[in-house]
Design a protein around this ligand. Sequence first.
Ligand code: PMP
Length: 428
Amino acid sequence: SASNAALLARREAAVARGVASAAPVFAERAENAELWDVEGKRFIDFAGGIAVLNTGHRHPAVIAAAKAQEDRYTHTSFQVVPYEPYVALAEKLNALAPGDFAKKSLLVTTGAEAVENAVKIARAATGRPGVIAFTAGYHGRTLLTLGLTGKVSPYKRDIGPFPTDLYRLPFPSQRDGISVADSIRALEMLFLTDAQPDRVAAIILEPVLGEGGYHPAPPELWQALRTICDREGILLIADEIQAGFGRTGTWFAVEHSGVAPDLITVAKSMAGGYPIAGVIGRAEVMDAMAPGGLGGTYGGNPVACAAALAAIEAIESEGLLARSTAIGENMRARFADMGARVAPYRMWDIRGLGAMLAVEFVTDFDTATPDAALTKSVVAHALKRGLILLPCGMHGNALRIMVPLTASDAILDEGMGIFEAALADAMA
Ligand code: PMP
């Protein structure tokens, strides 16, 4: 059978350079929080395919639901012949989403597509073009979603111009000395300088910055944005693509703020490993576009719908929301202890919500200079020792925890043990 080295050589010759892989190993099979490469080496997976696997690799109920659906039909296109699983998933999403008002949903295939459609819907509903996003926010790789994404390298480098009428606000940041009041002042200033408020359709925000470093948006920011959006007739969009479906201990991370957004984008862990995404929103907003204005050949694929219904059911029946909170508390304590013993003054921050947790590394505590080199070294040593980790953050100096919420205590413990050993290796 193939070796990692042989496959890497073929990959380099055949696959565009722009698509990078964090781990130089090739997958052979995976189960819950474990993965084996083509050479038989076992890994614990703390990356979960970038926050897609809150219910783990190949959750038995998800696989069974997908297989059962495959035995009936795999594709009709909902726009040609509709099918029940799409409707059932929309009903489920409408019921789960926060907000005491009637909701409707749209299903698409990827997160970027969900964000694109949320913006289209917001523009149609308001008759306004503008969209306001935040620094360090990540919303996708299409031209509109890249325009909303607040990080140049590697995503936006060399491929502008982006669509017009996009604006950016500073996300509150302890590192950069930006308070919630500063962010809101910047918004009021933006209304005076560049963005005529009655020409703004929407403000989009991640409840916890994902690629941007697992920084939770303070509840007061959501509350202030809600007030201003209501005042100006602007729609508030929560991008829950990375934070949703139990990662933070609630179905949607925005629930921690008590604010109900007008539109919510979802993807990733909604379907436990199958490509599906969606927009959930106020019924009258979602209905702004005329029939035929929304869709896509594959949107809401039936196999992915069946998988999503099973993944959501597993989150409910296995108590994974409470499990997320417990994993988060346990890991927070463990990281605090590990940082003090193994990397004194180098683990600057342990942050997040529930099991959406990250640790940030610095060269020293006084200047808190980001240490991307140490972070990279921890990732490399962890991989050697059998743990898959993924960095995040504007400075590439944070490591995020996206481990399946279905992982056993023994696996979590083993993974954290490897993390600690890798950190010790990197400090040596
Ligand atoms: N929004 C957020 C918050 C994300 O984390 C991501 C993916 N990392 C996206 C949008 C884009 O999703 P996709 O990669 O499925 O297009």
